[in-house]
Design a binder for this molecule. Sequence first.
Ligand SMILES: C[S@@+](CC[C@H](N)C(=O)[O-])C[C@H]1O[C@@H](n2cnc3c(N)ncnc32)[C@H](O)[C@@H]1O
Length: 342
Amino acid sequence: MHERKDKERAPRNRTLTLSGEERERYTRNLLRLTGRIDAKKLTNTTINQDLFQILDHLPAQFVDLLFIDPPYNLTKEFGTTSFKETNSKEYALWVSSWLPRLLPILKSTASVYICGDWRSSGVIQSIIERHLVIQNRITWEREKGRGAKRNWKNCSEDIWFCTVSKDFYFNADAVSLKRRVIAPYRDASGKPKDWDQTQNGDFRLTCPSNLWTDLTVPFWSMPENTDHPTQKPEKLLAKVILASSREGEFIFDPFLGSGTTSVVARKLGRFYCGVEIDAEYCCLAEKRLAMAEIDNTIQGYSEGVFWERNSLAYQNGNSRTGNIATDQLALSLREEMDRYAK
Ligand SMILES: C[S@@+](CC[C@H](N)C(=O)[O-])C[C@H]1O[C@@H](n2cnc3c(N)ncnc32)[C@H](O)[C@@H]1O
């Protein structure tokens, strides 16, 4: 395995890394497929292989939810491999070389989520509309990123929500967003109108929309952070998994990266399997899975609801100091980030 060089890190940096002993231990957990395998043997595993090598070995119709976060059409290094930006036609050919081959693994009631940035999203749409029923396009605010001098800063990504048929599961109640009330309207009798007055403040549970602005891209002070360059937030996966699967159902991720899909599936009581070409990322996924056994919390999701960004103090019941505490925390984190930035 290609070992990454240890970086110098800030004292409060919580980025997950692997020791030599952990690398050896977690490598022993990884699966390599050489022929047909049944779904039982795939349950709760990480496959360390090139997706193209294993597509023909996967069983038919065992997946309830397929989450796909492929390399976008950008030049990017993923550990030992890299993806090279190309034109839309070539990118479409690449997506078409694996996407239709994943369809046989889906149950007839399955849902599929596919991620993309503004450039690859259109290409992905043109392919999936030939194979799946498109239900929606989610756009989420991606705060992290460099400003551009000659263009708008790229601050959003898309996730296409599709299903195999019109018969599918969707649980909107499981993904409500808890927001602080800005306009606390009351009815004629003085009772709060569609909001709750609690000891920790005034809150409203809002219906989940296709615009997600409550996510934080993992960074070094978050316990879920790894060195994977495009790691998705656990909160994002929690929304997808809670809305589109039941406990005990099977979730598959063909581009697993650092393991976010499998980790959140385990935390929420679903079965999972992921494929990742890079051994180091596979081991990080296994380490996160082992940690999820001990701690199944998901940042930004508690008491069965999703909380808006920067609401940790409210979630902990410290409503009066909420704003001050989160603002000061954000400030000191920003200072520390700047100090250790390359
Ligand atoms: C966008 S990242 C996924 C990140 C992931 N969602 C997470 O939260 O960490 C895409 C991943 O696909 C992997 N990958 C690229 N080509 C692959 C292939 N042919 N087979 C398996 N994995 C591949 C890359 O190594 C990379 O980790």
